[in-house]
Structure formats: structure tokens, C-alpha cells
Design a protein around this ligand. Structure first.
Ligand code: ATP
Length: 216
């Protein structure tokens, strides 16, 4: 009997996509032997300020970064929706397409995970997916009380031991990269280089379109 599909989901503003996103996505894909790792740019993040770059630019940069490097893929469903980007809607639409069997893994950096209790119907997320929490060496966010209880009830020590198609939480100790999109935007606005923090293809796109430069 063939094993169920294993699909990872990394959502974000990707303003711009950087090596912190890409290494995490790739390392989790290898660790869990994923069939696909989908990068899902969000349109209008409901719980943070709207990004400055258009959705088209952010999507184009993610496409440049991923290229044809399977199992990484770009999933633009949130940009095709006329609504705020609720992760729950994304998971429901993936389940409607894929059915109940595939194992879905939602990747969240530590900062995003700590913000979970402010998300739309957040407790229902685990009905549709497992959650993998990525370490972020630059994050100093404290775990909220509501998540302590959730972790006590739902976490497993080894991400490879997550069982069933959804419902559990594990931490992933991927290569720690203290890189953020905020830092990249600040460097560019200050006229500094971001080479090696983003793939060369993304750097070329940023330069071609003059993104993130301070206005003269
Ligand atoms: P910003 O600095 O604009 O807040 P960001 O670098 O956090 O952006 P997002 O697009 O908001 O990037 O992140 C998408 C997801 O990737 C989030 O879950 C976030 O926690 C995670 N992430 C971002 N950077 C890293 C990193 N360096 N290591 C691990 N996870 C990361």
C-alpha cells in the first residue's frame, strides 16, 4: 500500500523571501521526506500591517527563489482569494482538494507560533494539519499561557513521530539563521548589500525593480 502524501506549508508575507525561509523549508522537506513543500505568500495578512510591496512582486520573488527546485513549490491560492489571508481557509481549501489522507505540516517560526492565539479560529488549525515550530535565533517572544496548555496536550518530541494526518505539534531544530525580512528591508533602505541573505535570483529581481530603496 502506498504511503499517504506528505505536504509542508510555509505561509508568509515574504517581503522579501530570504534564506531563513528557504533553508527551513528545504531542511524540513528532507527531514520528513515530504512530497511537496509549498510556500504560500499571503495577500492581506489579517494580524499585521500590510506589506509595502505589491502581492505581485512578493509572489514573483518567491517564484524566483524556488525555481524548479522540487520538492519546493509555490502555491498562490491566498493571492487569488478576495479576502484576508486566513490560514484556516487555506488549510480547508487544501483539504477540499487533497482529501483527508495526506499528512499536512504547517511550518511556523517561533514568533509566528507565539502569535497563534490571535489568529482566526486558531484552535481549529490542528483539525487540518500538524504544526512544526521552527526555531528563530533572533526571536525573543514569550510563549503565551494558552499555548503552554496546547503544547502539554499535543506536542511530540520527534517531528518524524507525528502520527495521523493532523493534530500534533513538534519542534524542528533546523540550521539557525538569524535573518529576517525586516533586516533585509532595512539594509536595502540604507543602501547596503543583501547578497547571500537572499538567493541571487531574488537579488536580481529586487535590483531590476528598484524595490526597498529609500526614495531620493
Ligand atoms: P518580517 O521581518 O517582515 O516580519 P519574516 O522574516 O519574519 O518577515 P515572514 O514572511 O513574516 O518573514 O515569515 C514567514 C514564516 O517564516 C513565519 O512563520 C516566520 O516565523 C518564519 N521565518 C521567517 N524567517 C525565519 C528564519 N530566519 N528562521 C526560521 N523561520 C523563519
Amino acid at each position: 500500500m502506498s504511503r499517504p502524501l506528505r505536504i509542508g506549508i510555509l505561509g508568509g508575507t515574504f517581503d522579501p523571501v530570504h534564506i531563513g525561509h528557504l533553508r527551513s523549508a528545504l531542511e524540513v522537506a528532507e527531514l520528513l521526506e515530504l512530497d511537496e513543500m509549498r510556500l504560500v505568500p499571503c495577500a492581506r495578512p489579517p494580524h499585521r500591517e500590510a506589506p509595502n510591496r505589491s502581492a505581485d512582486h512578493r509572489l514573483a520573488m518567491v517564484r524566483c527563489a524556488v525555481g524548479g527546485q522540487l520538492p519546493l513549490r509555490v502555491d498562490d491560492r491566498e493571492l487569488r482569494r478576495e479576502k484576508p489571508s486566513y490560514t484556516l481557509d487555506t488549510l480547508e481549501s487544501l483539504r477540499a482538494e487533497l482529501g483527508p489522507e495526506p499528512k499536512l505540516y504547517l511550518l511556523l517560526g517561533w514568533d509566528a507560533f507565539c502569535g497563534l492565539p490571535s489568529w482566526h479560529r486558531w484552535l481549529e488549525l490542528l483539525d487540518h494539519c500538524h504544526i512544526l515550530v521552527l526555531q528563530r535565533p533572533d526571536a525573543d517572544t514569550e510563549l503565551p499561557e494558552a499555548l503552554r496548555n496546547l503544547l502539554a496536550a499535543r506536542s511530540v518530541a520527534d517531528p518524524r513521530a507525528l502520527s495521523g494526518s493532523a493534530g500534533q505539534i513538534a519542534f524542528v531544530w533546523q540550521t539557525p539563521l538569524a535573518v529576517s525580512a525586516t533586516q533585509i528591508r532595512q539594509l536595502l533602505a540604507a543602501g547596503r548589500s543583501v547578497r547571500f541573505l537572499v538567493p541571487d535570483s531574488v537579488l536580481a529581481y529586487i535590483n531590476t525593480h528598484g524595490l526597498y530603496r529609500a526614495p531620493h
